[in-house]
Design a protein around this ligand. Structure first.
Ligand code: 5AD
Ligand code: SF4
Length: 429
């Protein structure tokens, strides 16, 4: 979502005549869009601020945006006096005014969660630099997992209105996009009323987006198991443009830990969702998030995580060491886990996840897949694109270019990517 927010900020500034530069030190203004999810991400902003100092000791105008800004507010300018602007993730539409204010030498901090949504104020989407784009449909979280800062930094769950989303998606397609990834901290909690006043869940929105001419692929992320309705699962068996990929974080495989995390799903209820999904879409690529070393996690609890992974065999996954976050209930729980145990567990989990990812890629060899080309490769005539299962595929495709879609035979696989041979050009501008 920070990528989406960054793009909206860039578009907003571009509308005012600003241009992007490659090197931060050369910029008049640098916006550091930050993440507060784990301590390591949050600390990064301070080293980045230091790195912006020029040889003569001056710095560009610096705005710290995002969730670190939201969580740490005024503290940031105390710790890093070269910061001119601090703006939270729900107030960044005010950045242009804040920049004008900062030009007169005054600092400003805005961590409001205003009633009028930033989405109503920002300019419409225009020409897009890439064939794929993000579209935030839902923001915030009411789930309050005990380790997580998101409900405090991004605020309560809100769904953007139907018409706004259809319009933004159409504008993205008009701007050259053929794949849209719908975003939300709990994207599948999205609900909204269509133009006839009928209520829909995310599946309804996807069905409406599927009808947009020129939109070839739809994805969504991140989902919560509790909002995974049968209607959304079934949509995967019915809508061709909905890609066969599901990112469904589980976090842990032990019911005891899931309860302590306040996840409100069990190991079995999670696995049941995946079973239903595999019934309607047998080729679905599954992805997840994991936390190791949550307070009180025993060897047996961790073994339960490994056994869940073995049962599911994810195509791809993200895994993290538990990071205590200020203000969250888990940060003050007893039995915090020693760093060396966390390291060991993370290594063991990642080895298993990597093996399964490689297996998934190996099993794809021999398949024919449509590939949407997103960038050029190192070799002559080589393009790199994504398969429906979100794998990177390298193809020698002379005459084709970024944004084209082609049928490709997958011929070789590595842990992180595949090689394909061009069969048939599906869509070329
Ligand atoms: N420590 C480690 N990982 C975390 N996540 C969220 N909060 C924490 C934390 N305190 C992970 C979860 C979530 C992903 C976005 O980040 O796995 O799904
Ligand atoms: Fe954080 Fe996701 Fe839990 Fe919400 S559902 S509190 S965003 S981990």
């Amino acid at each position: 979502m920070n990528v989406y927010d960054g793009e909206r900020m860039t578009e907003m500034f571009a509308g005012q005549g600003m241009v992007q530069v490659e090197n931060g030190k050369e910029a008049d203004l640098v916006v550091l869009n930050t993440c507060h999810i784990r301590e390591k991400a949050a600390e990064k902003v301070y080293s980045d601020i230091g790195r912006l100092r020029r040889k003569d000791g001056s710095s560009p105008m610096i705005a710290v945006a995002g969730c670190v800004a939201q969580a740490e507010g005024k503290e940031i300018s105390k710790r890093a006096p070269s910061v001119d602007i601090v703006v939270g993730p729900q107030a960044y539409h005010r950045l242009p005014d804040m920049v004008a204010h900062a030009q007169s030498g005054k600092r400003s901090v805005d961590t409001d969660m205003p009633a009028i949504s930033k989405f109503d104020i920002m300019p419409p989407r225009t020409k897009q630099p890439r064939p794929t784009a993000f579209l935030t449909v839902q923001e915030g979280c009411d789930k309050f997992c005990t380790y997580c800062v998101v409900p405090y930094t991004r605020g309560a769950e809100i769904s953007r209105p139907w018409a706004d989303l259809i319009n933004e998606a159409k504008a993205l397609v008009d701007g050259g996009v053929s794949e849209i990834t719908l975003l939300g901290q709990n994207v599948n909690a999205w609900t909204g009323e269509d133009e006839k006043g009928q209520m829909h869940g995310l599946d309804g929105l996807i069905r409406a987006l599927d009808k947009i001419d020129g939109l070839k692929r739809i994805r969504y992320t991140t989902s919560h198991p509790n909002d995974m309705t049968d209607a959304l699962i079934n949509a995967h068996g019915e809508i061709e443009s909905l890609m066969p990929y599901l990112h469904l974080p589980v976090q842990a495989g032990s019911d005891r830990i899931l309860k302590a995390m306040n996840r409100s799903h069990s190991r079995d209820s999670y696995l049941h969702i995946l079973d239903k999904m595999r019934k309607v879409r047998p080729d679905i690529a599954l992805s997840g998030d994991f936390i190791v070393g949550f307070p009180g996690e025993t060897d047996q609890d961790f073994a339960d995580t490994l056994s869940l992974v073995k049962q599911v065999r994810y195509a791809q996954a993200y895994s993290f060491k538990y990071s205590p976050r200020p203000g969250t209930p888990a940060a003050i729980m007893d039995n915090q886990i020693a760093p060396e145990i966390m390291d060991e567990r993370l290594q063991a989990l990642q080895a298993l996840l990597n093996e399964h990812q490689h297996d998934f890629n190996k099993q794809s060899v021999g398949r024919t897949a449509s590939i949407l080309f997103e960038r050029t490769g190192k070799l002559d005539g080589q393009l790199i694109g994504k398969s429906p299962w979100l794998q990177s595929v390298h193809v020698i495709a002379p005459g084709l270019k970024i944004g084209d879609l082609a049928d490709v035979k997958l011929v070789d696989s590595g842990p992180n990517s595949l090689t394909g041979e061009l069969i048939n050009i599906l869509d070329k501008e």
